[in-house]
Design a protein around this ligand. Structure first.
Ligand code: IMP
Ligand code: MG
Length: 182
């Protein structure tokens, strides 16, 4: 018998768990005393995380300027590919200022390393990184680690909380893995 496969999403990190880690991250970022901070979420995957993190930063008294950098990686399915390029650049001048890059997942490290190099070359006084999920370091292709991270992530493809699979599941309030049923 042929039936349409049932797709279910198994929770990996629950919404409440994520929010409580974000509150702790916001305190850590505040304690880093980054004067004249510019926060730059890397779109698209980080948009939900960044929205919650920015509000948590506000709650602990951090008043950053915010701009957005859209990057894309060539030819990716569910695996990181390699070549990173700028799809939409920031407008702000980062020269002499500390920058906090916000991304959803650190995997091969190519995306964050690219963004870090770009902003360093433009004269940012310091470029720090904050990620929701840090995947197994065996996938790392570039020597980079996150300055702030919410969770170590199991080596599975995850969706939700901003992250997608073919443009779907971004709206989920938790991080989950896709399980294909029979
Ligand atoms: P990296 O350049 O290999 O570090 O790739 C990081 C980027 O790949 C993340 O910002 C995500 O956009 C994407 N990515 C990696 N793993 C996943 C996943 O499990 N789900 C959704 N996106 C992912
Ligand atoms: Mg991304």
């Amino acid at each position: 018998m042929t039936e349409t496969p049932v797709t279910t999403i198994e929770v990996v990190f629950a919404g409440a768990e994520i929010q409580s880690r974000i509150r702790a991250l916001a305190e850590d970022i505040r304690d880093a005393n980054l004067d004249k901070l510019i926060v730059i979420p890397i779109l698209k995957g980080s948009f939900v995380f960044a929205a919650d993190l920015l509000r948590a930063l506000h709650a602990v008294g951090v008043r950053p300027e915010v701009d957005f950098l859209t990057l894309s990686s060539y030819g990716r399915g569910t695996m990181s590919s390699g070549v990173v390029s700028v799809t939409r650049d920031i407008d702000l001048d980062v020269e002499g200022r500390p920058v906090l890059l916000v991304d959803d997942i650190l995997e091969s490290g190519r995306t964050l390393a690219y963004a870090k190099d770009l902003l360093t070359a433009r004269g940012a006084s310091k470029v720090l990184t904050c990620v929701l999920l840090d995947k197994a370091t065996r996938r790392r292709a570039v020597d980079i680690s996150a300055d702030f991270k919410a969770f170590d992530c199991p080596d599975v493809f995850v969706v939700g909380y901003g992250m997608d699979l073919a443009y779907r599941y971004r709206e989920l309030p938790f991080v989950g893995r896709v399980v294909m049923g029979e």
